[in-house]
Write a protein that binds this ligand. Structure first.
Ligand SMILES: NC(=O)c1ccc[n+]([C@@H]2O[C@H](COP(=O)([O-])OP(=O)(O)OC[C@H]3O[C@@H](n4cnc5c(N)ncnc54)[C@H](O)[C@@H]3O)[C@@H](O)[C@H]2O)c1
Length: 369
């Protein structure tokens, strides 16, 4: 049984989300599809990567399965082609179902393939990474990297049904926990005090699953509750603006301008996205403080939580490259200068209408002109 459910409508595309302990069995997924859409998909294709294959096989020990090479380096057209070829080989038709079982790379690839295979087949995401559960599997953005650019090709194609089986995180490597937990902290900052206080009680790694008794809160195990709150927040924001045309959806980019500049100036792959986001969040606090928008106590608590979970919060970052300021300016230009800088504010965050002066940004990141 799902312990928690959420339902959203992204511009006419409904998405149901189930937060549960274990990976769902195939029979349950098919039953839920039938209940939601009135007919049962006659055939399916499982899509996973080499690390999530054991989880995919608990979902369905038999049946066609496309196993991809793991990691961002393999989020490419060749992987999309492999999924499409596997679907064709298994004889899948337009009424079939793609089931993505893995982290954000698998769900982005499977989602894209589902959106183009025979002009669109049904899609279910079974998310197995923390980043996937709190971000990538939700909403509807799909895509893959092309011509050296991240997510250059993609579609909006929300999975009809999304499972967030928290127990699957037992095998997630510590570095991936760290990557996902930073996004969880970011979402808690946006959502408000209750969510933030909850995160202050949860360890930032697999220990969060070790002792469910001790972590039991009024709503159930604390990690499950945190995943639920993050999914609820993202769903609400995406519902307001499913095709990301601007407005409040930019809030989800809290900390990301600093993070992108750090990632690209360090050299792609030298720092995980989550660690960069955590550092960016600390910079956003300092920016908000300097502008008189973020209160000192709030900034202090956010930075303390980041430090307690093992993130680097000081500037300059040891991996920051000489192109940092250029990259920061480029990020702003790429997004048309709007909604680029977001800072924590009372009970949430605020999108700055105007980019802060370069001199102030230099002070925040401790880079001399
Ligand atoms: N579509 C969106 O809205 C959206 C949002 C955020 C991020 N993303 C994308 O998500 C991707 C990052 O997602 P990610 O961090 O999940 O990366 P990922 O899918 O590469 O997973 C990280 C690693 O953990 C492994 N893994 C996943 N679940 C596991 C488990 N339960 N046990 C053991 N190993 C497991 C994977 O095999 C991989 O090696 C990026 O490509 C990013 O662009 C998409």
């Amino acid at each position: 049984m799902s312990r928690r459910s959420l339902a959203f409508n992204f511009g006419g595309f409904p998405q149901d989300i189930r937060i549960r302990g274990p990976v769902p069995p195939l029979a349950l997924i098919l039953e839920e599809f039938e209940a939601l859409s009135g007919d049962r998909p006659p055939t399916f294709l499982l899509i996973c990567d080499e690390h999530t294959l054991p989880l995919a096989r608990t979902l369905s020990p038999l049946g066609p399965c496309c196993v991809l090479a793991s990691g961002e380096a393999n989020k490419n057209w060749a992987a999309v082609e492999r999924i499409i070829a596997a679907a064709a080989e298994a004889g899948l038709g337009r009424d079939s179902l793609f089931i993505a079982c893995g982290g954000g790379v698998v769900s982005d690839l499977a989602g894209f393939a589902a959106s183009v295979y025979m002009r669109g087949v049904r899609l279910c995401n079974v998310s197995t990474s923390l980043l996937g559960m709190v971000d990538a599997a939700l909403g509807g953005k799909t895509g893959f990297d092309l011509l050296g650019l991240k997510n250059l090709a993609g579609t909006f194609y929300p999975a009809r049904l999304v499972y967030l089986p928290v127990e699957s995180l037992r095998t997630l490597p510590p570095a991936e926990w760290k990557s996902g937990f930073a996004e969880l902290i970011k979402t808690a900052v946006l959502d408000g005090e209750d969510f933030f206080r909850l995160l202050e009680t949860i360890p930032g790694g697999p220990e969060a699953l070790q002792d469910p008794e001790a972590l039991e809160g009024p709503e159930g195990p604390a990690l499950e509750e945190a995943v639920y709150r993050a999914a609820a927040y993202k769903g609400r924001i995406v519902e307001e603006d499913p095709r990301e045309t601007g407005g409040r959806r930019a809030l989800l980019n809290l900390g990301h301008s600093f993070a992108h500049a750090l990632e690209s100036s360090a050299g792609l792959g030298r720092i995980s996205h989550g660690e960069a986001v955590a550092w960016g969040l600390a910079r956003s606090c300092e920016l908000g403080l300097a502008l008189g928008i973020t209160g000192a106590e709030r900034a202090g608590r956010i930075t303390a939580l980041l430090k307690a979970r093992g993130y680097e919060t000081a500037a300059p970052h040891p991996l920051m490259g000489p192109s940092f300021m250029e990259a920061l300016k480029k990020d702003k230009k790429n997004r048309g200068g709007r909604g680029v800088f977001i800072v924590p504010a009372a009970g949430g965050a605020e999108i700055l209408r105007e980019a802060p002066a370069e001199e102030l940004l230099r002070q925040i990141v401790k880079v001399k002109s």
